[in-house]
Design a protein around this ligand. Structure first.
Ligand code: MOS
Length: 749
């Protein structure tokens, strides 16, 4: 592939690796337990750290009795605000989407239950756990405020939140007056807590003013300078290793107090320290999904065309940060309408700070929008699919831009055909299965933006024909080790098995954030470009070498594949990479790459992945238990690098949609502010019995504008659309529209 690194998608020749359903390159290491997760590291002389959490949600620690903890065998130290040094960077600094104010024992303030108030360091984990139990705190406690009726309301614009909190376009008021029909829905979504399989953990070891940190992280390129800032050292003094993450979902994209406490403890103790969160400690200091209270209204003309779309969201955040879940921005680019008005208000809860959680904003917003559009269809007397097709957006309704590619129509059809949607009765409560269970069918549209981050990568081809490609990247479990490897191999024009591949540590070029469903496009684009850069240099050598069969061939007419460079027009004319390098006497060629999205494309096009999800639910007519029995989705997300992994991401997102619709809810005690269900017994996520028959169909889509390779994301797409599809199916089964998620038995009685 001797093209220049940056060319439009349809000119790029991805080789034999991309497009294949390769199995996970890291699969055997993971299932045999040889993959080293952060907490699997046990450096010599290790101390175990466990933090004690506040048992109030708002107030001050007035005294901290650590005598009993210190007296416990094995406990060597207890860190408290009295003996913990200040960090170089003020932990109360202004925050950005990728930083949060962190709690590192800098004062006696308590801002949420479970906030670290002391860190116990011990020779064994057991001693540290027991030490934490023995710490006795007394508090000056204020009433916790959790919930929209209790929290403090605020105007997001006034506090300078970066997500646009308000947006409008078109003659909204005028169009509303003209409306023949309108449909509105009010719904709440609960606090949801990230529960990755692997709780956050850190193992830190200092050597002078250099620190080596084992910590799962979705954004090594941001974490490295972030840690350096907190500890007043240059970024090059931070080595961060994160080869495997047991799930991230947004909560491992940012640095949090507990992790920084582990690093701080290691510096204080001059010994390596491990701090791993227990499951219950995931419900506070390491982000969650905001609760929302939303209202959505669609107005239509007499022909059922949408005239106006209004979305208002009241979104929870903490008392000390301003992170805002942009729920009301979820519908801006969804259905055709000449006028839009969306706005956010905020409410401060005495919880930890929320943050990005799989499809932030879009998951919460689309869960309500998809219900509203179904109510609109019902008012219009139309089938929900027909109604969506009538109001299909050919251009982004928020800005008039054409979509870079949009195969949503094909998605609607492919999934509807497979599901059998055409047999759906229009009215609710029409279907029962052979056991008498009420049966309902509902649908939703999936949408997710296609951001692009400036990732970097490096590739090397050596004289012996071996090669290597690398970027810092992050495999959260989504399959980056595999998909990125495939793209790296294609960039080099070699088989994946024939190259070395490395991601997951900070010595590598910055692979940018594994988030926003942009990692494959961003880091993969960089890897592909780095390999291309190698082959471009190699082609220059060959085409100028009189002894090469490629002598005189224009650089642009030469391709690389399977370790061989050849003429595009006559593949028989060529020679191996090894021959070229050995004759030239060159040890190795290094290539550098960045993925590319054309600036003009960004200005010209609206860029999204799309999909359609159809759900079947069955509801017990006496007990009102709801089960999702079938989910069929079809998705278009540009070029698919690995269909097996893409389907795995999409079905994973759909399962999380089941979780959102029927299971997940973070509950807090109104009096104490403490989480009530901070374990898997109380915080419900789907178990296998809750997972329905699933299909994730991939619809071909050629997106020539989104980036060089035409790759879009699939990680967050599947949860959007699914939640509303399930709620719509519940309505179709029962005739009942509930006012909140998760949908519970008591809401259907
Ligand atoms: Mo994500 S919520 O983009 O990791």
């Amino acid at each position: 592939m001797a093209d220049t690194p940056m060319v439009a998608a349809h000119h790029v020749r991805l080789g034999s690796n991309s497009g294949q359903s390769m199995t996970r390159r890291d699969g055997i290491a993971k299932v045999t337990g040889t993959a080293t997760y952060a907490a699997d590291n046990h450096p010599e002389n290790l101390l175990h750290a466990v933090f004690a959490g506040a048992s109030i949600a708002r107030g001050r620690v007035t005294s901290l009795d650590i005598e009993a903890a210190l007296a416990h065998p094995g406990v060597v130290h207890v860190m408290t605000p009295d003996n913990t040094p200040a960090l170089s960077q003020d932990p109360d600094q202004k925050t950005t989407p990728f930083t949060a104010r962190i709690d590192v024992l800098q004062n006696d303030k308590v801002r949420y239950a479970g906030q670290p108030i002391a860190v116990i360091l011990a020779e064994t984990l057991e001693a540290a756990v027991e030490g934490a139990r023995l710490v006795k705190a007394t508090y000056d406690s204020d009433q916790a405020r959790i919930g929209f009726d209790d929290g403090e309301a605020f105007d997001p614009e006034a506090v300078g939140i970066s997500t646009p909190p308000k947006f409008s376009t078109g003659d909204f008021e005028g169009n509303r007056k003209k409306a023949a029909l309108s449909a509105s829905v009010e719904m709440e979504t609960p606090l949801q807590y990230h529960n990755a399989m692997e709780p956050h953990a850190v193992v830190a070891e200092w050597d002078g003013d250099h620190v080596t940190v084992d910590m799962p992280n979705q954004a090594i390129g941001l974490a490295k300078p972030g840690i350096a800032n907190y500890f007043g050292i240059p970024p090059e003094n931070v080595t961060l290793r994160s080869p495997y993450l047991g799930g991230g979902f947004g909560s491992k994209a940012v640095l949090f107090g507990p992790q920084m406490l582990g690093i701080l403890a290691a510096r204080e103790m001059k010994r390596p320290v491990k701090l791993a969160l227990k499951r219950d400690q995931m419900f506070g200091p390491v982000q969650h999904r905001s609760a929302t209270r939303q209202s959505v209204r669609y107005d239509m003309d007499a022909d059922n065309n949408l005239l106006a779309f209004e979305h208002k969201a009241n979104v929870s955040t903490s008392s000390f940060d301003n992170w805002l879940d942009g729920a009301a921005n979820a519908g801006l680019s969804l259905y055709a309408t000449p006028s839009i008005s969306v706005s956010h208000t905020g409410t401060r809860f005495d919880t930890g700070t929320p943050g990005a959680m799989r499809a932030p904003g879009i998951a919460t917003g689309s869960a309500v929008i998809e219900c509203a559009i179904d109510v609109a269809a019902e008012k219009a007397g139309m089938d929900p699919l027909e109604f969506r097709l009538l109001n299909y957006a050919e251009k982004d309704p928020s800005n008039g831009k054409p979509y870079s590619a949009k195969a949503l129509r094909e998605c609607y059809k492919a999934a509807a055909d497979s599901f059998g949607w055409k047999d759906r009765p229009l009215k609710p409560r029409q279907m029962r299965d052979e056991n008498g269970l009420l049966t309902g069918w509902g649908m939703g549209t999936s949408i997710f933006h296609a951001p692009f981050f400036p990732a970097k990568a490096r590739a090397v081809l050596r004289k012996d024909g071996s090669a290597r490609a690398e970027t810092s990247g992050a495999d959260m479990g989504q399959g980056a080790w595999t998909a990125l490897w495939q793209m790296a191999a294609d960039g080099l024009g070699m088989a994946a098995d024939d190259i070395e591949f490395d991601i997951g540590h900070s010595d590598l070029p910055d692979g940018s954030v594994a988030g926003g469903s942009a990692h494959t496009a961003s880091a993969g684009g960089a890897l592909f470009a780095a390999g291309n850069d190698v082959i471009r240099q190699l082609a220059e050598i060959a085409t100028q070498d009189k002894d090469s069969p490629l002598f005189g061939a224009g650089n642009e007419r030469v391709l690389g594949e399977n370790g061989r460079l050849f003429k595009a027009e006559d593949p028989n004319v060529g020679e191996s990479y090894i021959d070229i390098l050995q004759r030239a006497g060159i040890e190795e060629i290094e290539g550098r790459g960045r993925g590319n999205r054309d600036k003009a494309s960004t200005e010209t096009y609206a860029m999204f992945s799309h999909g359609a999800v159809y759900a079947e639910v069955k509801v017990d007519p006496d007990l009102f238990q709801v089960r999702v029995t079938r989910l069929v989705g079809a998705f278009a997300a540009g070029r698919i690098i690995n269909p097996r992994l893409a389907q795995s991401q999409l079905t994973g997102g759909m399962i999380w949609g089941v979780s959102f619709a029927l299971h997940e809810e973070g509950m807090h005690d109104k009096r104490t502010g403490r989480p009530l269900n901070n374990d898997f017994a109380g915080y419900h996520i789907p178990v296998l019995a809750d997972v329905p028959h699933l299909e994730a169909l991939l619809v071909d889509e050629d997106d020539p504008h989104v980036n060089d390779l035409g790759v879009k994301g699939v990680g967050e797409l599947g949860i959007t659309g699914t939640v509303g599809a399930i709620a719509n199916a519940v309505w179709h089964a029962t005739g009942i529209r509930t006012a909140r998620y998760p949908i519970k038995i008591e809401d259907l009685l």
